[in-house]
Design a protein around this ligand. Structure first.
Ligand code: C2E
Ligand code: CA
Ligand code: CA
Length: 394
């Protein structure tokens, strides 16, 4: 039996645009439509849960239990979304979070909580109208709450630390630099992968102080190893979230931190993603120019996965394109191969160096050699290394 929590999309706008009595009318009409829609089922319990949210417990007919998602989707497709009040017409849209009895929980209150967790995901992503509860969604929500409890004071070398992922020259195989990747070992939770915590830091507003703390830690670490002959002439790449990149004061702060260190800025590569310039191209090209004038190198990370057109890179003053691992790993697919060829040709003619990500096999390396991609990074060469592993390897 599913427990469905339904939330009317953008009801706050209606509420603030019309008076309360009018909005109440809309809610009443919508509830009538809900009752009408569900009355044909054997057991359906419907309640207004809070403001514009409704809770529905529904018994699924026996012949439909294998296909609950389609069954519920069809019910909501048939629901009359048109509301007419005083000759005004509204089309209401909604999001639903669903948890199942007894699979997800046997307790009604708990089911409601789980359905709300699913609803939260549905509302934030705003891609689908219906979202079922899953363990992954719950983990993510837990992580979100965990992050909310953290202060924005990040201490590295402890819970947080950095690893160095080498990238190599394809033809000579020589390591030319390292990408700095962050790691989080949460005392109660264990290791949390960066692609999970970075996006949560971005949503919760912690990303800027996190990236500043990471850069400060990197500068301190660099100063400890500066005399190491092997590391002296290497490049170091740092990932910057579009949120940090979008803040001119923070960018100014980063430039100052580096200028006050004794690190040659020509050895630093700032990696930004396509989303960093897609929204505000003029701003992005100005900041890129500022970074370049200070001596930094710029790389576009995960290239090919965003929605930006190739045209953008013609107008951005960048040094490296990091071709996303998806194209390397799907090189057998004709489309991926064509994209690899196009990116490489274009970069070459623009004087931009290319780095292939995620090289795991000799076959992939062979292909990258043939395409004449300049550099490569991947588990075939090395896994990301802790500083002491890196020093021992030298
Ligand atoms: P990324 O910037 O694309 O970093 C490369 C990711 O691919 C790393 O994962 C690396 O371990 C992984 N990788 C490299 N070679 C291979 C390979 O051959 N096979 C496979 N399967 N994976 C490979 P990681 O460390 O889990 O980082 C994931 C993402 O998290 C990074 O992707 C980056 O977007 C983000 N990230 C990590 N640290 C930071 C940070 O300090 N700031 C920001 N903004 N993002 C970060
Ligand atoms: Ca990167
Ligand atoms: Ca990447």
């Amino acid at each position: 039996m599913p427990c469905i929590i339904l939330d009317i999309h953008n009801f706050t706008y209606i509420n603030s645009f019309f008076d309360v009595a009018f909005s109440d009318e809309i809610l009443k009409k919508f509830s009538q439509n809900l009752l009408e829609q569900f009355k044909k089922y054997n057991y359906a319990f419907i309640a207004r849960f809070k403001s514009d949210e409704f809770a529905i417990f529904l018994e699924i007919p026996e012949n439909q239990t294998n296909n609950i998602e389609t069954f519920i989707t069809e019910i909501f497709e048939q629901l009359n979304k048109k509301i007419e009040i005083h000759q005004l017409e509204f089309y209401l849209n909604f999001h639903c979070g669903i948890a199942l009895f007894p699979e997800h929980s046997k307790n009604a209150r708990n089911l409601i909580n789980l359905a709300q967790i699913a609803l939260k995901k549905c509302k934030t992503e705003n891609i689908k109208n219906i979202e079922f509860y899953t363990k992954t969604i719950e983990e993510r929500t837990k992580l979100y709450f965990l992050v909310q409890q953290k202060s924005n004071y990040f201490q590295f070398n402890n819970e947080f630390f950095i690893v160095f992922h080498p990238y190599n020259h394809i033809q000579s195989k020589e390591t030319i630099g390292f990408e700095i990747l962050s790691r989080w070992n949460e005392p109660n939770y264990g290791n949390i992968p960066p692609d999970q915590f970075i996006s949560i830091f971005e949503k919760s507003g912690l990303i800027k102080s996190f990236e500043i703390a990471l850069i400060e830690h990197f500068i301190k670490t660099y100063q400890k190893v500066i005399n190491n002959e092997f590391l002296k002439n290497k490049m170091f790449s740092l990932n910057l979230s579009p949120i940090s990149f979008g803040d001119p004061y923070l960018m100014e702060h980063i430039i100052t931190l580096f200028l006050n260190s004794n690190i040659p800025l020509s050895s630093i590569i700032i990696e930004i993603t396509e989303s960093s310039y897609i929204e505000s191209f003029d701003y992005a090209s100005q900041i890129i120019q500022k970074l370049k004038n200070s001596g930094f190198n710029i790389a576009i990370d995960d290239f090919g996965t965003g929605y930006s057109s190739l045209r953008y890179i013609l107008d951005l003053n960048i040094d490296f394109l990091k071709i996303d691992k998806i194209f390397i790993q799907n090189y057998n697919d004709k489309k991926s191969y064509t994209i690899l060829e196009t990116i490489t040709h274009l970069s070459k003619s623009l004087g931009i160096k290319t780095i292939a990500e995620g090289i795991e096999t000799e076959k992939q390396l062979e292909l990258i050699k043939q395409l004449d991609i300049n550099y490569g990074q991947g588990f075939l060469f090395s896994k990301p290394l802790l500083l002491n592993q890196l020093i021992n390897k030298i």
